[in-house]
Design a protein around this ligand. Structure first.
Ligand SMILES: Nc1ncnc2c1ncn2[C@@H]1O[C@H](COP(=O)(O)OP(=O)(O)OP(=O)(O)O)[C@@H](O)[C@H]1O
Ligand SMILES: [Mg+2]
Length: 256
């Protein structure tokens, strides 16, 4: 039996806009189970980031609730790590210092902090950039530091909001392979927001499709071909029949 980490129970989030209220998400329910790689796919404005912020605990739903390990989420917590589109690193710190922030706050001993930093620097393939200042890093490298910084807190679930959206397509592809391998290696649970259908189909073990007209989830898919796709981590196989079928199906849903 899969363990459910997070239960989202019929939530809605409204924003106050001058005189009116805007329903940013309406009646959304879903479970995040341990070891899932959930992709939330939908067009701009459909409410993806709002949903992620509610799970992170940055905003409180106007209706419904979100439980983590049966306890209602009422604010941010380090058990839920967040990675945004922009890396938001401390510019005057080097890579290692940025990654060590969480472990330092947790008052871990220095030897353990060093071990944690080395582990995740190596996982994001940045060992030789350990002492590089943020301004010396490329966009993709900065985002890898941001991912390592989140992993260093050992969160139970990692929430990612279009983490590769600012990267060129070549770097993006490499990052997709990296994050999928990290997920597998660390037995992570990932909740990943994207508007890129190929990205969702390549990464997810489960895809939820959100629609702009309803600001809600309109379909969900269990993805069963990914193990095969990632058998060779250097190669992403696009020709898979099921991949193409699903892509057509989801595209037609979003066109309506
Ligand atoms: N703080 C806010 N105040 C008012 N309205 C907001 C706020 N944040 C988001 N909205 C509105 O809520 C709706 C959903 O926004 P959200 O950011 O969740 O969409 P999204 O799916 O993440 O879009 P994108 O792909 O462009 O990031 C949009 O209409 C947006 O304008
Ligand atoms: Mg967004």
């Amino acid at each position: 039996m899969m363990k459910t980490l997070i239960k989202i129970n019929n939530i809605s989030v409204d924003y106050d806009m001058n005189e009116e209220t805007l329903g940013a998400i309406n009646n959304v329910s879903l479970d995040i189970n341990e070891n899932e790689f959930i992709c939330i796919l939908g067009p701009s404005g459909c409410g993806k980031s709002t949903l992620l912020k509610a799970i992170a605990g940055f905003i409180t739903p106007n209706q419904g609730n979100i439980l983590m390990n049966d306890i209602q989420i009422t604010g941010p917590d380090k058990s839920r790590g967040v990675v945004f589109q922009e890396p938001n690193l401390f510019p005057w710190y080097n890579s290692k210092q940025n990654i060590s922030i969480g472990p330092k706050l947790a008052k871990k001993p220095k030897s353990e902090i060093d071990a944690i930093c080395d582990k995740y620097l190596s996982q994001v393939e940045l060992m030789e950039y350990k002492d590089s200042k943020v301004f010396e890093l490329s966009g993709g490298q900065k985002q890898r530091v941001a991912i390592a910084r989140t992993l260093a807190n050992n969160p139970e679930v990692i929430l990612m909001d279009e983490p590769f959206g600012a990267l060129d397509s070549f770097t993006r592809k490499k990052m997709q392979i990296m994050i999928r391998n990290l997920w597998k290696k660390n037995n992570s649970t990932i909740f990943f927001v994207t508007h890129d259908i190929d990205e969702a189909l390549l990464l997810g073990t489960k895809i939820y499709v959100m629609q702009r007209a309803e600001n809600s989830i309109i379909a969900s898919y269990d993805i069963d071909y990914t193990t095969k796709l990632y058998a060779n981590p250097k190669e992403l196989v696009f020709e898979e029949e099921r991949f193409i079928k699903l892509k057509e199906e989801i595209l037609s849903l979003l066109e309506e």
